[in-house]
Ligand binder design. Structure first.
Ligand code: GLN
Length: 242
């Protein structure tokens, strides 16, 4: 098969330190589905100290322990303005758990240390003594039912300038109190859902690809993909005990 002239460039933030509970599966899903939709895909891993590429179509980041978050923190702070400019230029992004927290104003750990975030999302996160762990099912107006797995002790609260990604059907989500899960700012999605998230939520994967293709090429004609296995995985995940 000859290469499509239409290339999409995915940048994966900090895969060395921020990549747990299958988060790398999100990159693989975007790569494969974008190819099925007719694009040639380039994936760049960005780790602390690397040069951030100029031509970026989609940015993704995963979760990590508090220690992983500390390792990438200084580098992320330097990258903050760059990422915010890309967000304001409508580049789609997906940030899971630990990276979601650091895209907010701050993450105050339960030991009382405050890690500043880049403030792309109007959210703040407070470490707690409980861990919110288990399978989670949420409902989104845009994406329908979203299924995944959460494991975090940080409790995230949304400010006025950000919308939740979804409401909780089962599980805890942002904080276990206000029934919200995740956050959306322009084309940037933050969520606590690992799992991997995207293999079980193709609507979300295709939305990210569509936003990046529309931004870069002004059109997106999706291929009809046989999602039987994804549908089966979703059905099983939805029925799993918490
Ligand atoms: N360290 C953070 C917390 O527990 C993030 C965990 C994660 O990314 N799964 O809140």
């Amino acid at each position: 098969m000859s290469e499509s002239p239409k290339t999409l460039h995915i940048v994966q933030l900090y895969p060395r330190d921020m990549n747990i509970y299958g988060d790398w599966g999100n990159t693989l899903t975007l790569l494969r589905r974008a190819e099925w939709h007719g694009y040639t895909v380039r994936v760049t891993d960005y780790n602390p100290g690397d040069t951030f590429p100029d031509d970026v179509d989609l940015v993704i980041g995963g979760g990590g322990q508090d220690s992983g978050q500390s390792k990438i923190h200084d580098d992320l702070m330097q990258l903050g303005d760059r990422l915010k400019n890309l967000a304001d230029d409508d580049v789609p992004m997906l940030m899971i758990c630990g990276m979601y927290q650091l895209f907010g104003h701050f993450f105050k750990t339960k030991d009382g240390d405050t890690m500043n975030g880049i403030g792309l999302f109007d959210i703040e996160t407070h470490g707690s003594d409980q861990r919110l762990i288990g399978n989670i099912v949420t409902q989104s107006d845009t994406f329908g039912t979203i299924v995944g797995y959460e494991n975090h002790s940080g409790l995230t609260y949304l400010g006025k300038h950000v919308q939740p990604l979804a409401t909780i059907q089962r599980g805890a989500g942002n904080n276990g109190q206000d029934n919200t899960e995740g956050a959306v700012y322009r084309n940037v999605i933050g969520t606590y859902l690992h799992g991997s998230l995207l293999p079980k939520n193709p609507a979300l994967a295709d939305w990210l690809i569509e936003q990046s293709a529309m931004r870069r090429y002004g059109d997106f004609t999706p291929t009809v993909i046989d999602d039987r296995f994804a549908e089966h995985a979703r059905a099983v995940a939805i029925k799993r005990p918490r």
